[in-house]
Structure formats: C-alpha cells, structure tokens
Design a protein around this ligand. Structure first.
Ligand code: TYD
Length: 230
C-alpha cells in the first residue's frame, strides 16, 4: 500500500509558485486555453505543471471514469457526485498542487473548487454553504491566485460539443439540458462578482487566439516580475 499523502499540511502557506485555474461550462474552450497557455509558458522557460479535474492523480483518474460513466442503472445522487469530485480534489491538492507550488512552479488546473459550486450548487441545487465547507476541508488554503472564467452562451457551448462528439454525448454531464447549463453559467457569474480580485471573466465567443493573448497579457500584468523575467 503506498504511503498516504498525510504529511502535507494544507493550512500552511502555498509556497512561491503561481496557481492558475480555468473554469467555464462545456464547450467554452477551457482545455484549448489550458494547452495554449502551457505551451506558451514552457517556451518562455517557466516550470509549469498542468492538471485537470476530476483527475490528475491515479485516484482522481479512477474517479473521473466513475463520474463520467453514462451506464449506471441508478445515476449517482447529487451528494455522492459532489463527494466524488471533492475526493479527487483533496488528493490532487496534496499529491500534486502543493508540492509543485512549494517548488516555485506555475500550476495550471482545468477546473477546481468553483466547478463544484457552479455545477453541484447552482445547477444541482445543493447547499452553497455546505459545498463551501467541504471545499474548504478538501483544499485548505490552497486557493487559486487567479481564475479565468470562460463565459459562453450555453446553446453555443452545446453546439460546439455536438460538433466535437456528434449527437452522442461523451459523458453524463453533457446529457444535461440547456436550462442546466444556464444555471451553471449564472452560478459562475455570481462567483466572479463575489470574488472580483481572483476572477477574470473572458468572452469565450471570441476567437481562440484572441482569448489566449488576453490571458497571457493579464498574467504578465498581474505577475509581472515572474513572467517578464523569462
Ligand atoms: P470534462 O470532460 O473534463 O469536461 P470539461 O471538458 O467540460 O471540463 O468532465 C468534467 C465534468 O465534470 C464537467 O461536465 C464538469 C463536471 N464537474 C462538476 O460537475 N463538478 C466539479 O467539481 C468538477 C471538477 C467537474
């Protein structure tokens, strides 16, 4: 049995790395932006670790398979779904994110704590307060330095998803209705209003390259010395 990652205390400081997260509804282009930013930063010589949620660890990837499964006779209830995402997150923080931040790396994560609030809170109507407590239990003080919210009309998002996968939805969440993704979008927008210092809202209807340039420019402004010295 491998040793559990108990030793890392999530209540301590996050080190001198930079923690960047990407959020948004399906089809908003998060994964493309994560890839472009990773490639750009690597070219400038910055040490980058790119992760995704759910996933990023052996346990997390198993959980990813579970939450994406479409062939359950009885779909997981919202509470079980939430806890699965949170278990993946707790492991990712201790196994990957905190050690990398302590080593001064730039950590880029495709989805993180805000996804649970938008999807399981705003869209599945679980208590936002309870999700906040469980999130805090899972991540401690490991809060992103900056979060890019790719904001997109849900109809356009679903259109893009269908173009990508055809009529067959790739995972369970993609089978949800437009109304569900409207709630996700509104949930994210409220979060961004509550924490304007952390969130940057980007218009995901714009061309991919334009969005990427904006992201890079904003990072240079915000973390100037780290980024410009490379
Ligand atoms: P994924 O294929 O990674 O979707 P995407 O490319 O849109 O990120 O699957 C992750 C799905 O899990 C996605 O539909 C959002 C959902 N999710 C939650 O509902 N809650 C969470 O806390 C997280 C991390 C993801």
């Amino acid at each position: 049995m491998p040793e559990a990652h108990k030793s890392l205390d999530t209540s301590t400081e996050m080190g001198n790395g930079i923690f960047i997260t990407f959020e948004g509804s399906e089809g908003a282009g998060k994964s493309t932006q994560v890839r472009l930013l990773t490639e750009h930063l690597r070219k400038t010589g910055l040490p980058v670790l790119t992760l995704r949620e759910p996933g990023g660890t052996e346990l997390g990837e198993e959980i990813r398979t579970l939450v994406r499964r479409v062939d359950f006779a009885e779909a997981p209830c919202a509470e079980a779904e939430l806890l699965l995402f949170l278990a993946s997150r707790a492991q990712l923080v201790r196994e990957e994110i905190l050690p990398a931040l302590h080593n001064g790396m730039v950590v880029i994560c495709d989805r993180y704590c805000d996804s649970s609030i938008a999807y399981q809170g705003a869209a599945r109507s679980l208590s936002l307060e309870q999700i906040g407590s469980i999130n805090a239990f899972a991540i401690g003080k490991c809060v992103p330095d900056i979060t890019f919210l790719l904001d997109l009309d849900p109809l356009e998002g679903l259109r893009r998803i269908r173009l990508r996968h055809g009529s067959e939805a790739d995972d369970r969440m993609e089978r949800e209705s437009v109304a569900f993704f409207e709630k996700v979008r509104n949930g994210y927008r409220k979060l961004a209003q509550v924490e304007p210092a952390r969130f940057v809202i980007l218009d995901a209807h714009k061309p991919v390259e334009m969005v990427h340039e904006k992201i890079y420019d904003l990072l240079c402004q915000r973390f100037g010395t780290t980024f410009k010295n490379h």
